[in-house]
Each structure stands twice: as structure tokens, then as C-alpha cells.
Design a protein around this ligand. Structure first.
Ligand code: PRP
Length: 188
């Protein structure tokens, strides 16, 4: 496999390109078309969960034809470890009310489901007109709490993935592809 799309400084850290940028783009086209159909005649409020979701937010929002507003939240559950601690805290809340809005939470990945479970319960209590979830990736094998994710990009196996917003210790977010790290790169 050619790693030419990976910056040279990171190339030795990568075991495999799991989802190349062109497949991400194609899948986002499909997800956006589905959202356009489902929300025809409505305005959508995308809520991006910082920081991982920034590229999904930007690329999904630009593909939608329905009117789109955007807001962001930041939650903390991970620190720099590779597994969830199970503790969710809001580090940055929304700028505006969401009552009567058609909200879609936008995530890069649903792993244990703990972050999303907390967010869904928190946002539901603010009385949106509707609340759904769009996530580029899901790792079903790691799920601790089952919750419906209406729009899913790709199901991924239980491997350590980074890129396209996903990090390890704040690195690799800017990679265009979703890649699997070599265990040596994360001390695994
Ligand atoms: C990641 C991801 C989700 C969450 C998913 O965020 O963006 O928000 O973990 O994991 P879970 O399903 O096990 O709760 P992270 O806390 O790593 O922050 P980041 O987006 O800033 O990298």
C-alpha cells in the first residue's frame, strides 16, 4: 500500500490506510443526500462535538442543500489514553438554545457510546424539535451503551484509528485518510 497521502513525518507510524480520503468523500455524499431527503423543508442545526468532528462537520455541512446552522460542544472523556475513562464532562456548551430546532449531533466516532449517551440525554432535556446522530465511524464491538445512530459512515473493527479529526495525544488529526496506527506509535 502506498502511503504517499501521509505526511512523511508520520509515515512510519502508520500500519494501514483503513479508509482513504476518496471513500470518506463518497460516503459523506451519500450521508448528505440522505439527510437532505429526511429534512426536506426544514432547517437543520448541526452540533459538532469538538475536536474530532471538525472535518466531518465542515465536509458534511458543505454537502447539504437544506439550510444549515452550526454550533459546537466540547466534552471530555478520554485524556490522552486510548480507552474511555467513562467520565463525561462538558468543557464548552452550546452558544444558543436548541428548543424547537431539528438537531443532528455530528461525531467522528462512536466507541463505547458513553459520550453520545450523555450528550443525547443532555440535549433531549433542552426540548429540540428532533434529535438524531450522524457519526463518520462506529466501533460496534466496543459499545457499552447501545444507542441509535441514524447516519453512520463506516463500521470499523476494534483497531486504533486516527486521522480525519481523530487523534492520538492530539497528533494525526490533520491526516486526510483514516489510518491504523502501529502499536509502537501509541505505546501499545
Ligand atoms: C472521542 C470522539 C467521541 C468520543 C467517542 O472524543 O470524538 O466524542 O471520543 O468515544 P465514546 O463513544 O467511548 O464515548 P475524545 O474524547 O477523544 O475528544 P476529541 O474529539 O477532542 O479527540
Amino acid at each position: 500500500m502506498s502511503f504517499e497521502s501521509i505526511p512523511a513525518v508520520h509515515r512510519d507510524d502508520v500500519a494501514e490506510i483503513l479508509i482513504p480520503a476518496d471513500r470518506i468523500a463518497t460516503r459523506l455524499d451519500e450521508m448528505a443526500a440522505e439527510i437532505d431527503r429526511d429534512y426536506e423543508g426544514k432547517e437543520v442545526l448541526l452540533i459538532g462535538v469538538l475536536k474530532g468532528a471538525i472535518f466531518v462537520m465542515a465536509d458534511l455541512a458543505r454537502r447539504l442543500n437544506v439550510p444549515v446552522a452550526m454550533d459546537f460542544m466540547a466534552c471530555s472523556s478520554y485524556g490522552s489514553s486510548t480507552t474511555s475513562s467513562g467520565t463525561v464532562r462538558i468543557m464548552k456548551d452550546l452558544d444558543a438554545d436548541i428548543d424547537d430546532k431539528h438537531v443532528i449531533i455530528v461525531e467522528d466516532i462512536v466507541d463505547s457510546g458513553l459520550t453520545l449517551d450523555y450528550l443525547v440525554r443532555n440535549l433531549r432535556s433542552r426540548h429540540p424539535a428532533s434529535l438524531e446522530v450522524a457519526s463518520l465511524l462506529t466501533k460496534p464491538s466496543r459499545r457499552e451503551i447501545d444507542l441509535p445512530v441514524r447516519y453512520v459512515g463506516f463500521e470499523v473493527p476494534d483497531v486504533f484509528v486516527v486521522g480525519y479529526g481523530l487523534d492520538f495525544a492530539e497528533r494525526y488529526r490533520g491526516l486526510s485518510d483514516i489510518v491504523v496506527l502501529r502499536p509502537e506509535a501509541y505505546g501499545g
